[in-house]
Design a protein around this ligand. Structure first.
Ligand SMILES: *Cc1c(COP(=O)(O)O)cnc(C)c1O
Ligand code: SF4
Length: 349
């Protein structure tokens, strides 16, 4: 097994970071149980004044704070502008109503094929396996998604499997959510075996942020079940900032790649998080050092409550051009935008 050692990234006030104690020893399910679920608690741990939080924000009722211990350990203390904190802390700007930002910007409520399944593009269908996530990202376009109605339970898989089996144009199934790795390995194993019985399927793709926020989720059992399948597994993770790729996460990604599973990363271009060429260049370099390919850089979906994260497209284009001048071609992600009704994610050109 390759031991991945990352160059230490100097962080101002590094000594003020919360101690790592505990986070690394927890298994993934305990990590979920120990997640911080309250903005005031998050501020107390990080030694921030709670006044930066909008506690009365109704969005927190629907989409509350959720930060697991590993991710928490990467956030700098006493820094209200920390780019990792910004992704998880609800602030007053979330409750602003901004023209053009809506609850369902992608029109996903209308493209359901049936329970727990979504198909927008040729050849691949997406299964919504879980409404839950291991972290609540404030910019998420699914923050208003009707998950409780959308996620298929194992009892409802039969219907989805029958639909996939009936459509021979499908070559790939994407497991998504929410986060599909919120399901225990036993259930994933069962689903993977059932999908492998469908002869026209070739690949199984997993879209998950869990390897980044709870790297312990990359269990040997998970790797074994993916490696053993007839279907070729592909993995897409989601990291937005180079500091999300510490040594522990790097080792988890390394275990996937060592098992022969291709790993791609998608990021979202976010104001105050990664809207600078130096930050994105470092993110992409760390990814390729870990043998993870930067796949997409998404223009923010215009979801209500996330307007303060938006970076204008002109600015995004400029950053991408600067990245192209600095990095090898394979290290530059495709800058894309999702337009409802389009046949693919569209390059921002
Ligand atoms: C993004 C997405 C995919 C995957 O698109 P690729 O370009 O193949 O990565 C598939 N289905 C749905 C519904 C999606 O939103
Ligand atoms: S993990 Fe993904 S789906 Fe879940 S809140 Fe974050 S961006 Fe959204």
């Amino acid at each position: 097994m390759t031991i991945v050692s990352l160059p230490q990234h100097p962080v101002p006030g590094n000594s003020a970071r919360p101690p790592m104690s505990g986070a690394a020893e927890l298994d993934w399910q305990s990590s979920l149980r120990h997640a911080v679920r309250d903005a005031a608690e998050l501020c107390r741990i990080l030694q921030l004044t709670p006044s930066i939080v909008d506690g009365s924000n109704e969005a927190t009722g629907q989409f509350p704070v959720f930060v697991p211990p590993h991710y928490l350990s990467l956030i700098e203390r006493r820094n209200a502008d920390d780019p990792l904190l910004r992704q998880v802390l609800p602030i007053a700007a979330e409750s602003a109503t901004i023209a053009g930002f809506s609850a369902d910007p992608l029109g996903e409520n209308h493209v359901h094929l049936g329970h727990g399944m979504l198909q927008k593009y040729a050849g691949r269908a997406l299964m919504v396996l879980s409404g839950a996530c291991a972290v609540h990202c404030r910019y998420c376009f699914r923050r208003h998604f009707p998950y409780s109605e959308a996620a298929a339970t194992p009892a409802q898989w039969e219907q989805t499997l029958a639909q996939i089996a009936a459509d021979t144009t499908l070559h790939e199934v994407l497991l998504s959510g929410g986060d599909p790795l919120m399901l225990p390995d036993r259930q994933l194993s069962e689903l993977t075996s059932r999908l492998a019985e469908i002869q026209h399927l070739r690949r199984l793709r997993i879209h998950s942020r869990l390897p980044i926020v709870i790297p312990q989720r990359v269990t040997d059992q998970l790797i074994d079940l993916l490696s053993a399948s007839r279907l070729v597994p592909w993995f897409v993770v989601h990291a937005n900032h180079p500091r999300e790729l510490d040594a522990v996460t790097g080792a988890a990604l390394g275990r996937l790649v060592d098992a022969g599973i291709p790993v791609l990363n998608q990021a979202v271009l976010l104001r105050g998080v990664n809207d600078h060429v130096d930050t994105l260049a470092e993110l992409c370099e760390r990814l390729v050092d870990l043998r993870v390919t930067p796949y997409y850089l998404h223009q923010l979906d215009r979801v209500a409550g996330a307007a303060h994260f938006e970076v204008p497209i002109d600015e995004g284009r400029l950053i991408i051009r600067q990245l192209q001048e600095r990095l090898p071609g394979y290290a530059v992600p495709r800058y894309v935008q999702e337009i409802p009704g389009a046949a693919s994610k569209l390059p921002v050109g």
